[in-house]
Design a binder for this molecule. Structure first.
Ligand code: SAM
Length: 313
């Protein structure tokens, strides 16, 4: 899985909102929470916290935005919310107000005293000071305890984190992640979109993708060099290929060389050109078709046809 870019939401009807103001009116917020944004900034300053670039530390403190993120995620009182990268705890705090339980991972031990202050008295939060990519996540596998993943992700591990949670067989209700805008656009792209690629088709396999809002770089401290967007995946399964592993292999092969036709790319699955051309024609595609024209549903039909020919994932 590579980390490149894309555009277009999976839900063409919904135009993402733009969240820009660094200091929006907070009339609808309960005052204690609105005040917490400033408090979090004060705690960081008081502790003389030094942001660590290598861990993607760009924190959010805008209370209106944080409430909007929680709302977009659909988190409600009965939910378990899992957060990756608690940072100074501003999103953790917003989640703890909306969710039943919150489990938040954080790699940076230096944030212990900051989080102890920010999350003081929040009995429904469990902090895990671990690298989320190496942590034993077996306690999150219980189908009776489904969860929502909600995170302002450290950008250097966006795709590995998303794929760990999607591929790991967790009982995931939804995934709502703040990521670099171009990455969100690629995640949510559909066929015909120049940003549509293997990752878009794979994410669509796991759920219904959408971009909730774009977010100005000015809302992060420190300010990053790129804008962000909030990507949401409602984890409802719509596709049931005969052989899941083969579906993923087919998608990967189809996009392996973007400038080649699908007939050529299918060689990676052991098909010679005339076999591949016959197969595509039988499915109603032209011989010249490229992978990016196929929707996730088309990839299911293609991988099922390959499976019927004895090809395995
Ligand atoms: N949630 C906070 C917020 O919105 O302000 C912080 C978000 S910041 C973009 C990402 C956080 O992830 C940082 O606090 C960073 O230390 C943490 N982080 C980076 N790599 C991590 C990893 N492998 N496992 C857990 N946390 C990680």
């Amino acid at each position: 899985m590579n980390h490149d870019q894309n555009r277009r939401t999976g839900d063409p009807g919904a135009r993402p909102k733009k969240f820009q103001s660094p200091d929006p009116p907070s009339g609808h917020l309960s005052e204690p929470f609105a005040a917490r944004g400033a408090e979090v900034r004060a705690i960081l300053k008081e502790q003389d916290f030094r942001f660590e670039k290598k861990w993607g530390q760009n924190f959010l403190t805008d209370a209106n935005l944080l409430e909007a993120v929680v709302r977009d995620s659909g988190t409600g009182p009965g939910d378990l919310a899992v957060e990756v990268g608690a940072g100074a705890g501003a999103l953790t705090l917003a989640l703890s107000r909306a969710a039943g339980q919150v489990v938040a991972f954080e790699i940076d031990q230096r944030l212990r005293p900051v989080l102890a202050r920010t999350l003081e008295g929040r009995a429904n939060v469990t902090l895990r000071f671990e690298d989320v990519l190496k942590a034993d996540l077996s306690d999150l596998s219980d189908p009776a305890r489904p969860f929502r993943l909600v995170a302002n992700l450290p950008y250097y591990i966006t795709t590995p984190v998303v794929m760990r949670f999607l591929e790991g067989g967790f009982p995931l209700k939804s995934l709502t992640v703040m990521v670099q805008k171009e990455v969100a656009e690629r995640f949510a792209a559909g066929p015909e979109d120049p940003n549509y690629g293997a990752v878009s088709a794979v994410l669509a396999f796991y759920g219904i993708p959408r971009i909730c809002r774009t977010v100005s770089r000015n809302l992060f401290i420190p300010r990053p060099e790129v804008d962000s967007a909030l990507f949401h995946l409602d984890c409802v399964r719509r596709f049931f290929p005969r052989d899941e592993a083969l579906f993923f292999r087919t998608v990967k092969a189809a996009f392996a060389m973007r400038r080649k036709t699908l007939v050529n790319n299918l060689a990676a699955l052991g098909l010679d050109k005339s076999e591949a051309a016959d197969l595509l024609k039988a499915l109603g595609f032209s011989e010249q078709v490229r992978g990016e024209k196929l929707s996730p549903a088309d990839f299911v039909r293609l991988s099922d046809a390959l499976s019927e020919r004895g090809i395995k994932g």
